[in-house]
Write a protein that binds this ligand. Sequence first.
Ligand SMILES: [Cu+2]
Length: 381
Amino acid sequence: MRMPVFSRTKRWLALLGCVLLSSILLSACGDEASTSILNTAGPVAADEKVLFYVVVILAAVIFLGVEGWLVYSIFRFRERPNTPTPYQNHGNLFLEALWTGIPTVVLFILLFFTIRGLLQVAPEAQPKDANTVSVVAVGHQWWWEFYYPKYNITTADELVIPAHTTIHVDLFSNNVIHSFWVPNLTGKTDLIPGHDNTKWFIADKNGTYTGLCAEFCGTQHGNMRFDVKAVNTDSFQSWISTQQQTAAAPGDSLAQQGQAIFKNQCSTCHGIVGVDVTQFYNPQQFCNDSLGPGHNYPTTDVHCLIGPNLTHFGSRGLIAGGVLTNNSQACNPTDPNIMKDCHLAQWLNDPQGIKPGNDMNIGQLTTGQIRQLVAYLEGLK
Ligand SMILES: [Cu+2]
């Protein structure tokens, strides 16, 4: 006698429907192309993607094979009225060798691709490229600082690099553990206080890639983003020479008043080359005194300022770890209503409201002071 299981088409259609529906739900994750590890723009991320696919495909084949067989057997060989005890095959040497052998082979395949991946992205595999650009990436709570030793410049929130060029990164933190991650370009490497890691990557295409902190480092960990801007070599060189200049002088009287406020109220934490500091400093060299967890740079040391260097703030696209964009076109310093659309004004008005717990603790500024500061800071191209 045959049970009518496979003829219950409705049940199977319902099951199929669920499977298709869940695949739609799961595929929704693929939209964020700028932070997808599958949308690679350089060799390091591409090598890592191969490993990802090897693991996913192997695991999927095993999962579908085992589960499919299981589900099939449950239906096909389930107990029916009057079925005799099935044939017992435990102790079958051939079968036991088979299901010891197959997993071993699978694991060795994974081991091979894992070791190959490790060797491909290891510091030792960094290409010998005469044009290599070195950067010290510093993890703060909660923003990224980038120092270029060869050019002696410092920036924040934005890592500008030449495309088709090896980028060597020294990762440095003197507070807690952070993790440097640019999904389109390279996997994660931790910044560990007292143990400076290094990494390298290359961008094959011009473009702006999202960078993230991938290690929980405090309440504003999610607002510790940065942009990697890969540009052609000429643009990179001209960007460097602009960054090497001392800060632009205030353009008008509003900006002049803004500079005065900066000197008065902001220079304890921020540096502007040519105003309160004379040059950029290598944080890895000057700020390596480990203060232990919970501390950023000492506020009193002129070499190690607690906030981002603002010398060329007006040329940057992000504010405070990407919590806001620097939408300078919406910032008209003569507009009494500046707070409505100008993100820099909003930040200066209420840094703790926008990014609770961050290290920028200041007294309330008046709208007039904010307009003066916006005039000054947005002029620092
Ligand atoms: Cu972090």
